[in-house]
Design a protein around this ligand. Structure first.
Ligand code: OGA
Ligand code: NI
Length: 324
């Protein structure tokens, strides 16, 4: 084995194309400042029904804040190991690779994450929040509050587009719903065709708002059996439909199947801001979206982090358990 070959635990036997060989996906770009007009709402609906993934612009997050929230994480990963260990990952939150589980697992991801509960405030555990760089906490706090608005604007528009009361989805996931941050760090790997930064998956979320690296591509999505690269559009954010919204909408919105590849020379970072239902609620399809023509597709499910991790690592999906 040459020194170029990654350790076996990372290797996916079913070799995938080198990222550079894939076509670029022409994702719909939606100006969300236009939402509330019926036309814009319908455009959003059709884009998310067809792709499960879009880019948004005019989302209300100033460019300095986008820049800053990307930057503070890059500064954090550049710190010496012992400094980063202060926020070491335990079970779910903190910085590190996913915890190792026993059993029949898929290869390990070529990445580390910093996972933080951001909202509601009482779920925050500051011991996992970096104190270095010094502005880290303030910047993530500010970005988090902007993300609440983005989630609300989109979930309301999607409800209106289906002729529902605009708070329908928000009522179902119930206050306080959860916002957490997943900062992804993908070190370079000499053989990007053998490993994944994040293996193919659908997010188990309601919605995920992803801030991509400014310079290094890596996100790919699958459409009709073909993988595509998602381009970097400066200032835009990527929205992915998660499984919880697929269930809530009784299948109208499909969760996007995507993955992250790595670069052979450059590190890459990204930030996923994730919306999850209130942990007390069981999520099922909205009653108005069930009819004779659109039969009930899913049972109610409760999101559980530990279950989700096991599913991710074994390649299963919560939504398949929920399917009737
Ligand atoms: C995720 C994800 C993709 C990326 O965090 O769920 O799919 O480009 N991230 O980092
Ligand atoms: Ni994802």
């Amino acid at each position: 084995m040459s020194s170029q070959t990654p350790p076996p635990k990372y290797i996916h036997e079913d070799h995938h194309d080198h990222p550079a060989l894939l076509p670029v996906m022409d994702l719909p770009v939606i100006d969300i400042s236009q939402l509330t007009t019926a036309e814009a709402d319908q455009n959003l609906r059709s884009a998310l029904s067809e792709y499960g993934c879009i880019m948004i612009t005019n989302h209300g997050v100033e460019s300095w804040l986008l820049e800053k929230v990307g930057m503070v994480f890059k500064q954090f990963v550049a710190l010496p190991e012992e400094e980063k260990l202060k926020c070491k990952r335990e079970a779910f939150q903190g910085f590190g690779a996913d915890p190792a589980l026993a059993g029949d697992l898929l290869p390990v991801d070529w990445s580390a994450r910093l996972v933080l509960n951001v909202l509601p405030q009482e779920f925050r555990e500051l011991k996992y929040w970096p104190e270095n760089p010094p502005e880290f906490r303030e910047v993530v706090d500010e970005y988090g509050s902007k993300m609440v608005t983005v989630h609300e604007v989109i979930l309301k528009a999607l409800a209106r587009s289906l002729n529902l009361k605009e708070t329908t989805f928000l009522d179902k996931i119930r206050e306080p719903w959860i916002l957490y941050a997943r900062f992804n760090f993908y070190p370079p790997c000499p053989r990007p065709d053998l490993v994944f930064g994040l293996k193919p998956h659908c997010d188990a979320t309601v919605l995920t708002v992803l801030l991509q690296d400014k310079e290094v591509e890596g996100l790919q999505i699958e459409k009709d059996g073909q993988w595509f690269r998602v381009p970097i559009v400066p200032g835009a954010l990527v929205i992915n439909v998660g499984e919880q919204l697929e269930i809530l909408s009784n299948g109208e919105f499909k969760s996007s199947h995507h993955r992250a590849t790595v670069d052979s020379e450059k590190q890459r970072t990204s930030l996923a801001m994730i919306c999850l239902p209130n942990p007390e609620v069981e999520v099922g399809p909205v009653e108005e979206l069930v009819s004779e023509e659109r039969p009930l597709l899913f049972r109610k499910v409760k999101y559980e982090e530990s279950l989700q991790l096991r599913y991710y690592q074994t390649g299963k999906r919560i939504i398949d358990d929920a399917r009737i």
